[in-house]
Every structure is written in structure tokens, then in C-alpha cells.
Design a protein around this ligand. Structure first.
Ligand code: NAD
Length: 247
């Protein structure tokens, strides 16, 4: 695993799930880690787990759809750690429905959190990275942003939009020493996928070449690779971590 000793990392949406595993992997690799989420109690629990690795951990309740919240979180992280090296835009939500039944509020909220939130957090971080002429952003997209998915127009549009943002930031900030990439996970084993009916799970597994769902660690490993010096000439890339579900 790459070494992140002394590096300062933000992971959004890291109170649980994939974000928490990404945060754990960075802390284990020696990084100071700032995490945000919407629940204070879940953040406190997550921070207690992260402290075992002996690096600095900072938590803040943040709504990433608010520019003030994002700017304050980045500023507070820099106050705590002194600098910022890596931003992982992981926080995301779903509000699924078939298009004809999807109401405007559910469209707006998913776009506001997933797409606008990724833009706002990146903007706040890029102001800092741009000045110090180094930095690294990894955005969490999704396989459905690449292949489409019935019943998820809002979510799919947000995740496809994140791919566009990734490529645009890569072009805007490459000359400033900032690399920007995305990871597009397929099905990840979480409480959500565990709860799927057996029939649905079997059908999903049929379409996956590796015949298993991803673990959160599978996703975290890809994120750490892109954020590391091992990926020093990779920018604007979308790394599919989907077990061969979509090629
Ligand atoms: N679980 C999967 O199978 C899967 C597949 C592909 C992509 N993804 C993506 O991976 C990411 C993590 O997914 P997960 O399953 O671990 O999610 P999760 O629901 O378990 O966790 C989401 C996290 O985001 C935080 N969050 C939600 N809204 C927020 C807001 N407005 N501001 C700040 N934080 C907010 C929550 O507090 C939580 O910490 C998401 O972007 C998701 O779209 C997940």
C-alpha cells in the first residue's frame, strides 16, 4: 500500500460505508484525515475507529450542497492540519424512482448533493491546491453513470456529471500540479446490497464477470492508488471498479 505519512486528506461522507473504509485506509497509510457527514453521532463513532492508527483526525458536520459549509470545512481542516493534499468526494445519496414518478424535489436534492456538492468541495479545495501547485482529487462516480440505470435518472445524471467535472478539473488544474480522477464502483457489498432479495442479487451476480460484489476495500484500494505517487501521470481518468459488470 502507498505511504501517505504526513499527508492531509479530506474524505466526504465518511461516517459509514465506503467513505469510512476509504478514511480508514488513508489513516492506516499514515495520513491525517478530516471527515464530514450529516450526523454528528455517526461522525464521533467513526472518529473513534480512525484514532487507532495514531494520526490526526478531524470531524465536522457538513452539508456539501452548501458553499459556506464546504468552505468552512476546508478552512477548518487547514487550521487543524496546516495544509491539504488530497480530497476524496465520496458523499452521495439516492432518491430513486421511475422518471414519470420522480418528483422535482427528489431530482433537485440528488443533483444538489452529489453533483453540486462535488463541485463546491472541489472548488474550495482547488483554491488551496492551485496556490501550492500540488494536490489530488478523487471523485466517486458509479458504474450507472457510465451505463445508465432504469429508476435512477437523478442519480445517474449526477454520477455522469461527476465524470464531466473530473475531466474538466483535470484540464483546468493539470498545469498547477493537481491531478483529478474518478473511481466508478459497481455493486458494493453494503447494508443496502445485503438487503436486496435473493433473486435480485443472483441476477446482478450473473452480469458481473468476477461473480461477486465489491468490498468497500476494493474501492478504497483504487482511491488510494489514484491519490498516490504510483499514479503520478494519471489525470482525468475514470477507473472502473466493477468486477467486469461494464467494460
Ligand atoms: N454502495 C454502492 O453499491 C455504491 C455503488 C457505486 C457508487 N457508490 C457511491 O459511493 C459513495 C458512498 O456510498 P455508500 O454506499 O457508502 O453510502 P452511504 O449511504 O453508506 O453513506 C453516505 C455518506 O454520505 C454522507 N452524506 C449524505 N448526504 C450528505 C451531505 N449532504 N453532505 C455531507 N455528507 C453527506 C452520509 O452522512 C454518509 O456518511 C456514494 O457517492 C455512492 O453514490 C456506492
Amino acid at each position: 500500500m502507498a505511504d501517505f505519512t504526513g499527508k492531509n486528506v479530506i474524505v466526504t461522507g465518511a461516517s459509514r460505508g465506503i467513505g469510512l473504509t476509504i478514511a480508514q485506509s488513508f489513516a492506516q497509510a499514515g495520513a491525517n484525515v478530516a471527515i464530514c457527514a450529516t450526523s454528528e453521532s455517526a461522525l464521533t463513532e467513526a472518529a473513534n475507529q480512525l484514532k487507532q492508527f495514531g494520526t490526526k483526525i478531524f470531524t465536522q458536520v457538513v452539508d456539501i450542497s452548501s458553499s459556506e459549509n464546504c468552505e468552512a470545512f476546508v478552512a477548518n481542516t487547514i487550521n487543524e492540519f496546516g495544509s491539504l493534499d488530497v480530497l476524496v468526494n465520496n458523499a452521495g445519496i439516492t432518491k430513486d424512482n421511475l422518471t414519470v414518478r420522480m418528483n422535482e424535489d427528489d431530482w433537485d436534492r440528488v443533483i444538489a448533493v452529489n453533483l453540486k456538492g462535488t463541485f463546491l468541495m472541489s472548488k474550495a479545495a482547488l483554491k488551496v491546491m492551485f496556490k501550492k501547485r500540488s494536490g489530488n482529487i478523487v471523485n466517486i462516480s458509479s458504474v450507472v453513470g457510465q451505463m445508465g440505470n432504469a429508476g435512477q435518472a437523478n442519480y445517474v445524471a449526477s454520477k455522469a456529471g461527476i465524470i464531466g467535472l473530473t475531466k474538466t478539473f483535470a484540464k483546468e488544474f493539470g498545469s498547477r500540479g493537481v491531478r483529478v480522477n474518478a473511481v466508478a464502483p459497481g455493486f458494493v457489498q453494503t447494508a443496502m446490497t445485503d438487503a436486496l432479495p435473493e433473486g435480485v442479487k443472483e441476477k446482478a451476480l450473473e452480469a458481473i464477470a468476477l461473480k461477486r460484489f465489491a468490498s468497500a476495500q476494493d474501492i478504497a484500494k483504487a482511491v488510494l492508488f489514484l491519490a498516490s505517487e504510483d499514479a503520478s501521470y494519471i489525470t482525468g481518468h475514470v477507473l472502473a471498479v466493477n468486477g467486469g459488470l461494464y467494460m
